[in-house]
Write a protein that binds this ligand. Sequence first.
Ligand code: ATP
Ligand code: MG
Length: 649
Amino acid sequence: MSYPFQIKSLEQYHIDYKKSLEDPEGFWSGVADSFEWRKKQPFSKKGLDWNFTEPSVKWFEGAKLNITENCLDRHLDSIGDRPAIIWEPNDPNEKVRTLTYKVLHKKVCEFAQVLRNNGVKKGDRVCIYMGMIPELVVAVLGCARIGAIHSVIFGGFSAQSIADRLYDAEAEYIITCDGAFRGAKDIPLKSIIDDALIGNRTVKRVIVHTRTRTPVSMIKGRDVWWRDEVEDVVESMHEEVLKVPAEEMDAEDPLFILYTSGSTGKPKGVVHTTAGYMLWTTYTFVNVFQYNPGDVFFCTADIGWITGHSYIVYGPLLAGATCLMFEGIPTWPDAGRFWDIVDKHKVNTLYTAPTAIRSLMSYGMDPLKDKDLSSLKVLGTVGEPINEEAWHWYDEHIGKKKCPIVDTWWQTETGGILISNLAGVTPAKPSWATLPLPGVKPVLVDEKGEEVTELTDTHYSGNLCLTMPWPGILRTTWGDHERCRQTYFSTYENKYFTGDGAFKDEEGNFRITGRVDDVLNVSGHRLGTAEVENAINMMAGVVESAVVGYPHELKGQGIYAYVVLDGRNRHEEDDQLTKQDLLATVSRIIGPIAKPDKIQFVSALPKTRSGKIMRRILRKVAEGELENLGDTSTLLDPAVVDEIKEGKI
Ligand code: ATP
Ligand code: MG
């Protein structure tokens, strides 16, 4: 494997960056030459066709391919015996599994046939709800092989959240496990799916893989065992199954739907298509991490989030890399688990989140004792701004000051990394994501959408927008294109608005300052404030609520909930109990990740005259900034604010 598009010097970065903006079609068409196409050129349409008003973005429409042939088949002759996935189980005493490209290819072909046998066709939506085991990758690629649209749901979501997503995607098929191991816990996935399916009318088939041996109920005619289905295929087709052609897909056919937390409560199904996503994940994987063939790459994310899609499954496999996949959590059996894994598997690149770094920092140096981390060459972070303290700890104690740290800024909607230094090639700057990748044209704008041209101190400050389409940009939100337009393309004319604020220095480096909207980031998990409020409001006796984030040492952000109870249900002496009921309710509806850290009962919420909750004020109170609440002139009833200040927890 070699990567003709790999950037090897700062000078080349500048040259490629310039070229990618001047001639995007030419530039990405060149990158596309490194892939396998059923039909590449001449494209039936233009290489790139776009506008940000509808919006409509099409890369290489008319070209044909199957992404799994690029992930697997094309590697078989050259690196077929190289590990594609090294799997580290939750329990460190259980056996490690290694799947070479040949083995993974075989499993994917077999499972693709299982899907066909069960009636799954191109374009059908398949929901995948599994733990972090290699079969999850097999399920994802099995779908892609036959052109079915996968929608992976993180194993921590509750039955209600799954039900909402199944409904939105009109999914007809589910792939799940009996259970999943996560640290000391055993999560009963199938039973949660059973709950999610109460009242569901679209799902026809549930394929169940066995992992934990948790007893499960299997409904005749609906539920089948993964193992039986695969055995049937192997017995009836033998090696022939490897020769069944993969489905031919258009470059712009949807590859997957991934739901993001969403700030309005209703889940938002981000849609990515085939060729653009393929180019973008490979290009960014190879360049940002400066991946070299043979390196062991360890991304600690869950495949239920976009980071796992792009940098455990697609990016690494497309690049023929060896990816380490971990089933468990960083603190079990103890807080040295990541370092054990790095030592045991001689990991070369570690890609994790600031929240994990901060949490591991809090255990001190003990968990690092006797761990050999000398195999590490590159470190990465993603998910939220990394504070300088965490950055320096990562640099000093994990990278031993010899590993470049890439601070990668991107979003579910962007498909892959957009702003980041390239490891060892372009300079790092603690807590700065630094420079945009080729193809990415960021701009900072003010409230009116005008480009910010005035320096504040040493930098420009504004709302981060992108003015050109890169291949990995989202194409729509499932079933609701207008929502896609509204959310991303309507705030500023002809610009994709990221929802994040940023600084830019005079050298063109970017620093992300956080979201300008109302989404919480709790230990790296994205939760819309509205989503949590909805859950709280579902409890009997709750009138309304408002949720804001506040700085939390370990979690990044904690959840502070202001709750108004109906008078009859408010008995001061019962407050503790009511709080516990609330926590149980939120856990049940969204999942334990959404449990508020602080709950304050109030008699009313501060509102504007037009009836909108003034979150700005609630945020200040939660942060302890009681003196400086800013403009309160539009408040309907200022007395409410005084009461809230007095009752602050
Ligand atoms: P939703 O779109 O539903 O509100 P979300 O934005 O929280 O969900 P993601 O797409 O996973 O979900 O997260 C992207 C966001 O994470 C970015 O917009 C940014 O706020 C933050 N982020 C990601 N990486 C970085 C980084 N390296 N530095 C700073 N912030 C980051
Ligand atoms: Mg977002």
